[in-house]
Design a protein around this ligand. Structure first.
Ligand code: SAH
Length: 242
């Protein structure tokens, strides 16, 4: 069944008017008719069944029926990723949403070339991935910040898995199995890697766990997917009622 993310509050009997492009998708592309059912979620109220009650050229209207799933949260895992080129960045967003991260922070490092990202477009990619993958929330994409500033303001309760391509870090699975559960973030560098001074600062921070993803250099998108999968292999992957 089609799943749509909507901003509206969801409760039995509520009326929802999907955005114009969502209406077009439902009626013109998927050919839903009056009486057809879809699933709705908004990141707060769980997942609900809804019925198309009106459809015309200007849009469609839905009426919310019963709840299909109550709200749940996944692990408290963030992805911190350097601003890489648009193609791999979009892949990273989509795959990180599928792999269950709670939010995604973009960072500028000494070797990133870009200082801007189209957050609206990246957020739309995250929303589509959440619809597709059956999540009940959409991870927030946080606008780029300089790595040094991010580390200055880091709340040390959250551990940072630093994917360190420089060699010398222990294999990720071994390093994580020995580490604490609790809030975590995974850090992935840009195409040009981390500057040696950045690596040095990171390795010296008490909340950082440097890890290796193996003896080969991975591209940032492959590294992000591998790192998140290894984190889950070590720490688990679960949903808890919110
Ligand atoms: N150009 C760099 C590689 C950058 S790869 C070089 O040749 O050294 C992009 C990012 O992916 C890295 O900054 C790191 O965070 C991650 N990464 C890639 N391969 C890795 C590995 N084998 N171990 C740990 N992290 C890795």
């Amino acid at each position: 069944m089609i799943r749509l993310h909507v901003p509206d509050a969801l409760a039995a009997g509520a009326a929802v008017s999907p955005a114009p492009e969502q209406s077009r998708y439902l009626i013109a592309v998927m050919r839903l008719a009056i009486g057809s059912e879809v699933l709705l979620f908004n990141g707060r109220d769980g997942e609900w069944r809804a019925t198309v009650v009106d459809a015309n050229k200007r849009g469609c209207r839905l009426t919310v029926g019963s709840m299909t799933r109550p709200m749940v949260d996944g692990p408290d895992l963030e992805l911190v990723v350097a601003l890489v080129k648009r193609g791999p960045l979009e892949t990273i967003i989509e795959k990180a949403v599928e792999l269950g991260v709670r939010r995604i922070r973009l960072v500028q490092t000494r070797r990133t070339n870009a200082d801007r990202a189209n957050i609206g477009r990246l957020q739309a990619i995250a929303t589509e991935a959440a619809e597709q993958t059956g999540r009940l929330d959409v991870p927030q994409i946080i606008a780029p910040e300089k790595l040094d500033r991010l580390l200055d303001g880091w709340i040390p309760d959250r551990r940072l898995m630093f994917c360190d391509e420089a060699g010398g870090a222990p294999p990720a699975l071994a390093a994580l199995t020995a580490a604490d559960r609790g809030p975590w973030a995974v850090l992935i560098g840009p195409e040009g890697g981390f500057d040696p001074a950045e690596g040095e600062r990171l390795r010296a921070l008490p909340f950082v766990t440097p890890v290796s993803l193996g003896p080969r250099i991975l591209r940032a998108d492959s590294a992000a997917i591998a790192a998140l999968a290894i984190w889950q292999a070590a720490m688990g992957d679960w949903l808890t009622p919110s």
